[in-house]
Design a protein around this ligand. Structure first.
Ligand SMILES: Nc1ncnc2c1ncn2[C@@H]1O[C@H](COP(=O)(O)OP(=O)(O)O)[C@@H](O)[C@H]1O
Ligand SMILES: [Mg+2]
Length: 212
């Protein structure tokens, strides 16, 4: 049976990387085979593209350039890592995926949504995540959590207004597709976030078991 594909989304400091650890524990407890990956990136070539996208630079980066780079990385990631794993029945957990493109390159940068839809159909096709967990926190709290971070990437350095659009964008994605996209209140304590995630995973697993 095909593996399940779960993406984690949310702004900087929302707790995606932390959530990955909780998911890892849950999958181990349930003896489910999985791989963990991230976007942009996930393969050596796609990680090189990640550096191109995220490195702060003097030259201004054209919005279309940024959009095409993240989709180029995604094509590679899907072909070389995600699809082969799902085909083997391995679950794939990705720290960011397609929703981030709609939110960062679409909502926050004002990119053309029809163009994004076309790229999504072309590059991702049927390989959309089976479920997406959006870690939601107020922008201020997310930023407080990452102030100690040594390396601020090109997107971290964007304005507060940009990050507010990112948060709004993820909430809109959840509202538009509530069956797939679940919101986790990530402003709560770590224990609460952990139990919210475990609850979502248990519900999804039950629903998926009923599908077959
Ligand atoms: N619910 C939480 N409560 C308190 N601190 C948190 C919580 N979630 C994450 N953190 C802390 O905030 C920082 C950013 O979390 P991280 O998981 O790296 O976020 P992201 O990957 O979404 O940028 C880390 O230092 C992490 O330990
Ligand atoms: Mg992270």
């Amino acid at each position: 049976m095909r593996g399940k594909f779960i993406s984690l989304e949310g702004g900087e400091g929302s707790g995606k990387t932390t959530a990955i650890h909780f998911i890892r524990q849950w999958l181990d407890d349930h003896k489910i085979p999985y791989i963990m990956t991230r976007e942009p990136g996930g393969t050596p070539l796609a990680e090189e593209i990640r550096q191109l996208v995220l490195t702060p630079r003097d030259e201004s980066v054209n919005d279309v350039t940024e959009l095409l780079l993240v989709f180029a990385a995604r094509a590679q990631h899907l072909a070389e890592k995600i699809q082969p794993a799902l085909d083997k029945g391995t679950w794939v957990i990705s720290d960011r995926f397609l929703d981030s493109s709609y939110v960062y390159q679409g909502k926050a940068r004002g990119g053309d949504i029809a163009m994004l839809d076309q790229l999504a159909n072309w590059v991702v096709g049927d390989n959309k995540p089976d479920a997406t967990l959006v870690l939601d926190v107020p922008v201020e709290l997310g930023q407080e959590r990452v102030v100690q971070r040594q390396h601020q990437d090109r997107l971290d350095k964007e304005s507060f207004a940009f990050h507010q659009k990112v948060r709004d964008g993820f909430l809109e994605r959840a509202e538009a597709d509530p069956k797939r996209v679940k919101i986790v209140d990530a402003s709560q304590s770590l224990e609460s976030v952990k139990s919210q995630i475990e609850e979502q995973l248990a519900k999804l697993n039950e629903a998926w078991a009923g599908d077959c």
